[in-house]
Design a protein around this ligand. Structure first.
Ligand code: NAD
Length: 259
């Protein structure tokens, strides 16, 4: 299937590592120009150089997305350089463990800024350009919005927000022909996941237990499997799909627990 993403300018927040890296890699392979928006210049540049070295196109903008003004600046600098935006993948975030018992007003709000406020701001500032291109938006989200996890109120609330914004924007942007979908992730082994598992008492036993509970293949979802769905949703091949929350999770959230 030719996704016809050649030369499309597609922004990927947090596109240098983990799931975002998988998305940037696939978009570049498909001939698009992924623009990584991430806080770590070295990580951003390393991936861009790797992709260019393979003969692909890619670029990056350094931005700490928890700072609202950085979101607007990032979009402005991309527009100055490229003059257009064909797609947006909202992906950057962190499961930061701000719980009900151990949290505070300040930590809760800070986490919303790390996880959902920049989803809104990047879409808000990119919208005039997405309207021109009839571009598509994909929000990466987490199963924690459906299942809870315990001890991570702000992250779970952010993911509930990511899902609700997907439906809300799909409705608001119908009139512009802009499609908005979410890819919901359950268990994908990334640097973020590695960091989280290391906070638990027996990380390797816990890893084995988690994998055993993933119905399809008793294994983690790969970042490539998530990227494949994201690329499809960005492309015209999904031209009548909008407002959908698509679970790329090996059946983790919806299949029978007794499996
Ligand atoms: N890994 C999983 O199993 C899993 C499960 C469910 C949902 N998710 C979601 O997927 C997304 C990506 O997760 P991951 O596991 O790939 O994470 P990761 O930490 O491995 O990679 C995230 C990248 O985004 C960057 N980033 C994060 N916050 C940023 C900010 N505020 N400003 C600028 N850059 C920022 C990081 O520097 C890093 O490069 C997250 O939004 C997370 O909620 C992941």
């Amino acid at each position: 299937m030719n996704l016809q993403l050649q030369d499309k300018i597609i922004l990927v927040s947090g596109g240098a590592k983990g799931i975002g890296e998988g998305i940037s890699q696939l978009l570049a392979q498909e001939g698009a120009i992924p623009i990584i928006i991430g806080r770590n210049q070295k990580d951003n540049e390393q991936l861009v150089q790797e992709l260019i070295g393979k003969g692909f196109q890619a670029d990056q903008v350094v931005a700490e997305l928890a700072h609202p003004e950085a979101c607007e600046k990032a979009i402005q600098s991309i527009i100055q350089k490229y003059g257009r935006i064909d797609g947006l993948v909202n992906n950057a975030g962190v499961n930061d463990g701000v719980g009900l018992e151990n949290g505070s007003y300040e930590k809760f709000l800070e986490s919303l800024h790390k996880n959902v406020v920049h989803y809104y701001l990047l879409a808000h500032h990119a919208l005039p350009y997405l309207k021109k291109s009839k571009g598509s938006i994909v929000n990466i989200s987490s199963k924690t919005a459906d299942t809870g996890q315990g001890g991570t109120s702000a992250y779970a609330a952010s993911n509930g927000g990511r899902n609700a914004l997907t439906r809300e924007w799909a409705v608001e942007l119908l009139k512009y022909g802009i499609r908005v979908n979410a890819v919901v992730v359950a268990e994908c082994y990334t640097p973020l996941y590695e960091k989280w598992i290391q906070t638990l008492p027996h990380p390797s036993e816990k890893l084995a237990q988690i994998q055993a509970k993933i119905p399809l293949g008793n294994r983690f979802t790969t970042k490539e499997e998530i990227a494949n769905m994201v690329a499809f949703l960005l492309s015209e091949k999904s031209s009548h799909t909008t407002g959908q929350l698509i679970y790329v999770d090996g059946g983790y959230v919806h299949l029978d627990r007794a499996l």
